[in-house]
Design a protein around this ligand. Structure first.
Ligand code: UD1
Length: 355
C-alpha cells in the first residue's frame, strides 16, 4: 500500500511521527509532502529531527499569507504531486489550511482520502479550524476518529458508515517522549524553578487578531502570582509587536517555541498549563498537569469532564482558575493507550480499495 501524507503545520508533524514509524514497521510505502505552511526551524525542522521523521519527499515552500491565498497556493502545488504519486490513500491530518488543501486536491483527482483526527468539533463556525475539519470530514472516504465523542459527531452528520475509532496518535508520541525525558530537568529561564511555574501558549486567531482581546489575555497571564513561561508562537510575537503589547511584563518570561521533548518536559514539570492549543490541553492531561484553556469551547471535552481542564470564559478569573484545587486522580484513557498509529495503519490497509 502506498500512502501519501500531507502536512504543513507544527501539530501535524507531531501526528505524522508515529504514523511514519508505523507505516515503515508494516512495510508500506510512504510519501511525505510538506506544504511549507510552517517554515521557521523551530516550527518545523526540529520536529522532524527530534521525532525521527524522515525528511519530506516533497516540500512546496508555500509559506504564510491570507487563508485564501495560502490554501490556493497549496492546492495548486499539490495537484501535480498527487497526480505523479497516485497513492492508495491521501492522508491528511487535523484541521489546518494544509489539511483542507490536501483534502480538496485529493477529491478533485478522485484519489481516496483519509482524515486523521476526524470528528472533532468546537461548534464555533468562526474558527478557521472548524471550517477546515468539517469540510475535510465530509470530503473524506475514511474518517479516522481519535475518540468515541468524535465518532458521535461524525454519526450525527451522517458519516458513521465511513468512520472508525483508531485512538489518538498524539497519545502515542506524548507517552513515548515522556518516558525519554522523565529524568530530564525542564529548560527554564533564569530564576524560574521546576514545579513553581505556569507554562503558557497563545496563538489562536480568536485570541491574537483583536488587539483588545490580545492585551487582555497577555495582561491576565502577566498578573498571575507565579512565574509564567510563555512559549511564543511567531503569530503572537508579530501581533504583540504590532500593537505595542509587552510580552515581558509582570510574571511573564517569554521564550521561543520549544521543541517537542522540551515541551513535554516543561509541561510535566509545571504547576499548571494555560493555553489555547488543542494538543497542549491533551498533553497536560496525559502528563497530569492541570490545564486552563483560554477559549470559549474545547474540542477535547473529555479533559474537562475528567476535571483536568477548565475553560477561562472570564479572563479576570484566570488567577483563581490556575490556583484551583488539584483535580481528582484518574486512570481514564479517553485518548487511547499509545497504540493508535498501529490501529490507524491497520485500518487504512483494511479499507484500501473499498470505495
Ligand atoms: C496554524 C493553524 C492552527 C494550528 C497552528 C499551530 C490554520 C488556519 N491554522 O495556525 O490551527 O493550531 O498552525 O501552530 O491552518 N509564522 C512564522 N513562521 C512560521 C509559521 C508562521 O513566522 O514558521 C507566522 C507568520 O506571521 C504567519 C503567522 O505566524 O502569518 C500565522 O501562521 P499560519 O500558519 O498562517 O497560522 P498559525 O497561526 O500557525
Amino acid at each position: 500500500m502506498k500512502i501519501l501524507s500531507i502536512v504543513g503545520a507544527r501539530p501535524q508533524f507531531v501526528k505524522l511521527a508515529p504514523i511514519a514509524a508505523a507505516l515503515t514497521e508494516a512495510g508500506h510505502e510512504h510519501v511525505i509532502v510538506h506544504t511549507g505552511q510552517h517554515y521557521d526551524a523551530k516550527m518545523s525542522d526540529v520536529f522532524f529531527s527530534d521525532l525521527g521523521i524522515p525528511d519530506p519527499d516533497v516540500h512546496l515552500g508555500v509559506g504564510s499569507s491570507g487563508h485564501g491565498a495560502q490554501t490556493g497556493a497549496m492546492l495548486a502545488g499539490l495537484e501535480p504531486v498527487l497526480q505523479e504519486h497516485a497513492p492508495d490513500w491521501v492522508l491528511v491530518y487535523g484541521d489546518t489550511n494544509s489539511t483542507i488543501a490536501g483534502a480538496l486536491c485529493a477529491v478533485k483527482l478522485h484519489l481516496p482520502l483519509a482524515h486523521l483526527e476526524a470528528g472533532l468539533r468546537s461548534f464555533n463556525r468562526r474558527m478557521p479550524e472548524e471550517h477546515n475539519r468539517v469540510l475535510t470530514d465530509h470530503a473524506a472516504d475514511l474518517c479516522l476518529a481519535p475518540t468515541e465523542v468524535a465518532l458521535g459527531h461524525l454519526r450525527a452528520e451522517g458519516l458513521g458508515e465511513r468512520s472508525v475509532v483508531t485512538g489518538d496518535v498524539m497519545t502515542d508520541v506524548c507517552l513515548r517522549v515522556a518516558d525519554l525525558v522523565r529524568d530530564r530537568n525542564p529548560e527554564l529561564p533564569e530564576g524560574v524553578a521546576p514545579g513553581e511555574y505556569v507554562i503558557a501558549t497563545i496563538h489562536r486567531a480568536e485570541n491574537t487578531d483583536d488587539p483588545v482581546r490580545l492585551r487582555a489575555v497577555v495582561e491576565g497571564l502577566a498578573s498571575l502570582p507565579h512565574p509564567v513561561v510563555l512559549t511564543a508562537h511567531p503569530r503572537l510575537v508579530h501581533k504583540a509587536a504590532e500593537h505595542g503589547i509587552d510580552l515581558t511584563a509582570g510574571s511573564l518570561h517569554t521564550v521561543e517555541p520549544l521543541d517537542y521533548p522540551a515541551m513535554v518536559a516543561a509541561v510535566a514539570g509545571a504547576r499548571a498549563v494555560v493555553t489555547d492549543s488543542g494538543g497542549l490541553q491533551k498533553e497536560a492531561f496525559l502528563l497530569r498537569t492541570a490545564c486552563t484553556t483560554v477559549r470559549t469551547e474545547t474540542e477535547w471535552t473529555e479533559t474537562v469532564d475528567l476535571g483536568w481542564n477548565v475553560l477561562a470564559l472570564d479572563l479576570t478569573e484566570l488567577p483563581s482558575l490556575v490556583d484551583r484545587p488539584a483535580p481528582a486522580p484518574t486512570d481514564a484513557t479517553p485518548y487511547g493507550d499509545g497504540t493508535a498509529a498501529a490501529a490507524t495503519v491497520a485500518t487504512l490497509a483494511a479499507w484500501a480499495g473499498r470505495r
